[in-house]
Write a new protein. Structure first.
Length: 130
């Protein structure tokens, strides 16, 4: 089973995990962390600790709220030193729900499924005046 770390600015990661649990049921092996009140060194320590807590899993996906944000940049450095680690930025609720349904699949099979679901999770509806 694949583990996950949801990271964000403010309370977004914790809120996303709470909503995810309401929709998909209680999830083990998913950790939420925030940058609130944390400097870069503390954030890196938090992320390393969260990933280490998931060592028994068949890989870990870090879901980051913002590409180019502090946690994303930290995770990009960690990718060089840790096998079985994936970073997905700009997460949305459909992506996280899909993760809970397919996290028993191998990491290499799971990531493309999630990538496609994330893209399809964004829909735009508008009224166009002529």
């Amino acid at each position: 089973m694949i583990g996950a770390v949801i990271v964000s600015h403010g309370v977004l990661a914790n809120a996303a995990l709470e909503v995810l649990s309401q929709i998909s049921g209680e999830q083990k092996g998913i950790v939420a962390i925030s940058n609130t009140g944390r400097d870069l060194k503390q954030m890196e320590e938090d992320l390393r600790e969260a990933i280490d807590r998931l060592k028994g899993h068949d890989g870990v996906i870090v879901f980051s709220d913002l590409h180019g944000g502090s946690y994303s940049l930290i995770c990009k450095r960690l990718l060089r030193e840790r096998e079985g680690l994936v970073l997905m930025t700009g997460y949305n609720l459909p992506l996280l729900i899909e993760f809970t349904f397919y996290r028993n699949r191998p990491l290499g099979e799971l990531v493309p499924i999630l990538e496609e679901k994330a893209k399809k999770g964004i829909k735009v509806f508008r009224q166009v005046k002529e």
